[in-house]
Design a protein around this ligand. Structure first.
Ligand SMILES: Cc1cc2nc3c(=O)[nH]c(=O)nc-3n(C[C@H](O)[C@H](O)[C@H](O)COP(=O)(O)OP(=O)(O)OC[C@H]3O[C@@H](n4cnc5c(N)ncnc54)[C@H](O)[C@@H]3O)c2cc1C
Length: 275
């Protein structure tokens, strides 16, 4: 799907492959090969919003990294308590998620990354340290897997809104319909977003258009903008450091109760900046 420009013209979808959109505005967009005029523009670029100003003010790229183990035996799945294909997360403020694949691997994603000024990452050959951090984290949950072979590692850019919640909006005056801010949970939400935008564009009053994430009035400027740099970068790093400190403090059974409480209070306070 890399490099698709999606426009909705006369309510038919036109797709231009292998030629990213370089400029867009109300009523038209441009690629290296063509200019397109359209009543509606639907910029469905998620984590790549920074490439199409001003979208990047409202949706920033963060990186999500994930690993997969070799296929595990039925006995191992029984032992770690996930033999029925359950997906799981953990009670950290940081992102952790895992699930069993159809070919019996554990895939495990954790933590994320933000690059100064919302720079996109293009190389997702994970470094040894990046892979080993994920091994350490799933090894803490499942000690049986500490030395398991990791056969695959990859990642991608995803879009984060300032509210850390998804949004769907339809700016009828300017012919712009936008859905995004899925924050790493967009497989189902992007499908919902597409159906919701279709209803909004066609002026159908449906259950979808009544949902709280729909902004029926106002254009993209109705969305909350990200703070300018270096505030974002400093904020990201301060928040993550407080989360990591909380995780380490709570994971150590020898830590005094007052330290545990303080670590959680500091992390909770820092988390407040995310809302
Ligand atoms: C490692 C990883 C794990 C994830 N795991 C999960 C998960 O378990 N569950 C979940 O729900 N979500 C998960 N996500 C998030 C999920 O993949 C996304 O939220 C979802 O794919 C968003 O769909 P989308 O169609 O909006 O955007 P995307 O699928 O990101 O598609 C955006 C498209 O826009 C194209 N594009 C970018 N710039 C331009 C341009 N200038 N011109 C034209 N086209 C352009 C891109 O090439 C891309 O094809 C994960 C993401 C990553 C990176």
């Amino acid at each position: 799907m890399r490099g698709l420009a999606r426009t909705v013209q006369n309510m038919g979808v036109q797709i231009y492959e292998n030629s990213p959109v370089t400029h867009w505005q109300s009523g038209s967009l441009r690629t290296a090969k063509a200019s397109v005029r359209s009543r509606w523009i639907v910029p469905a670029v998620e984590g790549y919003s920074v490439t199409l100003p001003p979208l990047g003010r409202y949706q920033l790229p963060v990186q999500s990294l994930i690993v997969a183990t070799k296929p595990l035996s039925a006995a191992t799945w029984d032992e770690i308590g996930l033999s029925r294909g359950q997906a799981f997360s953990e009670f950290s403020r940081q992102v952790t998620y895992g699930q069993r694949t159809a070919d019996n691997r554990l895939i495990f994603g954790a933590r994320g990354g933000y690059q100064f000024a919302g720079k996109l990452r293009h190389n997702f050959d994970l470094t040894r340290d990046e892979v080993e951090l994920r091994r350490y984290l799933f090894g803490e949950l499942f000690p049986q897997l500490k030395n398991v072979q990791i056969t695959h590692a990859w990642g991608g850019n995803l879009g984060m809104s300032r509210h850390f919640k998804p949004h769907m909006l339809c700016d009828r005056a300017n012919g712009i319909a936008l859905s995004g801010g899925y924050g790493g949970e967009g497989v189902g939400a992007s499908n919902l977003g597409g159906r919701t935008l279709a209803d909004l564009i066609l002026e159908r009053d449906t259950e979808l258009t009544q949902q709280p994430w729909v902004l029926p009035d106002g254009g993209i400027h109705a969305l909350r903008a990200w703070e300018p740099e270096p505030c974002r970068w400093l904020g990201y790093n301060a928040i993550i450091k407080s989360f990591v400190h909380e995780d380490q403090t709570l994971a150590n059974p020898a830590t005094a109760p007052w330290r545990r409480k303080l670590a959680s209070q500091v992390a909770g306070f820092m988390e407040g900046f995310m809302h």
